[in-house]
Unconditional design. Structure first.
Length: 319
């Protein structure tokens, strides 16, 4: 389908290599020799999806077909993810147990949630920090608990009306646990107060993290958050392949009934254009029927006048 609106800048060379590698993997096939050769040439450009590719190649035994140097770097990537994963797993569990004791509702969002619900292993989805969306009415309580629990604020914002998240960190096991505490899904005013916490929490799903049950958004809300995350980035930030892989993984998992509900939410929250743009870009990763159907529906629901308004808004520094 044609792109609607103007997506963020993308490294087309690395994205092309990523597509050649990911498309066959996502359909249960092996990537061709030319794709594996391109992988060896463009490891830095593929950094954000290397853990997923390495995990797949290791499972199929194809990792041994790469040069020893490249195979070793990919193994190192998995080991690094495994070490970080252990720290983040226990940190997420402790954080949600802390909030639960105080009656603070929260959702695990973005990479950590999607990695546990839509990837073959959480190790396949690298992320350096943990994103948690808390009940906006309890932000003061949540931040107070973080301070009392040894967290230090790392990113001070000018005010909650202007910003939608604060950054925190805590030392754990010789590593740093990084947390972004959100009270809305985006800092950008165009996307503020679009998707409500109450609605997303009502549609939540439960996932297991380190033996504990943690709340995360349902597929439709997770896709909206993923697309808004991309649309709301600074104009000079280049899209990473992992973010588009997230979008595709979510799209292909959504049944027609879930798609219908998600489409209604997109229209009601005025996020339809962002979802149409980035689903249109992510669909190049495969031809799963669910993904194709959703991308077509989102594109059809985005009428020209709204797309033009969306483009003009994104061109504003403080959108």
């Amino acid at each position: 389908m044609p792109f609607l609106g103007q997506p963020q800048p993308i490294d087309h060379e690395s994205w092309s290599v990523a597509q050649d590698l990911l498309r066959p993997m996502l359909s249960g096939q092996r990537p061709g020799p030319h794709a594996l050769l391109a992988l060896e040439r463009d490891l830095p450009g593929l950094a954000s999806v290397i853990p997923f590719i390495a995990w797949r190649l290791k499972k199929t035994g194809e990792l041994t077909e790469l040069s020893k140097a490249v195979a070793s770097r990919m193994e190192d990537s998995l080991r690094q993810q495994s070490a970080l994963h252990l720290i983040q797993e226990s940190g997420i569990r402790e954080l949600f147990e802390l909030f639960e004791r105080e009656g603070i509702r929260a959702l695990l969002i973005k990479g950590h949630a999607i990695g546990r619900t839509h990837y073959p292993s959480p190790l396949c989805r690298p992320t350096s920090d943990v994103d948690v969306w808390v009940d906006p009415k309890r932000v003061d309580d949540a931040e107070g608990l973080l301070r009392d629990s040894g967290y230090e604020i790392t990113q001070r914002q000018s005010g909650r009306l202007w910003h939608a998240a604060s950054g925190w960190s805590r030392q754990a096991g010789g590593m740093t646990f990084h947390l972004d505490l959100h009270w809305d899904i985006s800092n950008r005013w165009y996307f503020r107060h679009r998707l409500s916490f109450e609605d997303a929490f009502t549609r939540r799903r439960l996932i297991e993290v380190d033996g504990a049950e943690v709340s995360a958004p349902g597929d439709g809300d997770a896709l909206i958050i993923a697309c808004v995350h991309l649309a709301a980035m600074d104009p000079d930030v280049t899209i990473e392949s992992r973010w588009l892989l997230d979008v595709y993984m979510l799209m292909k998992s959504m049944s027609p009934s879930t798609q219908s509900s998600m489409l209604e939410t997109c229209i009601a929250t005025h996020t339809i254009e962002a979802c149409a743009v980035y689903s249109g870009l992510a669909i190049s990763l495969g031809e799963h029927p669910n993904a194709l159907q959703l991308a077509a529906a989102l594109g059809a629901a985005s009428i020209g006048s709204r797309i033009r308004k969306y483009d003009k808004t994104l061109g504003s520094r403080f959108f």
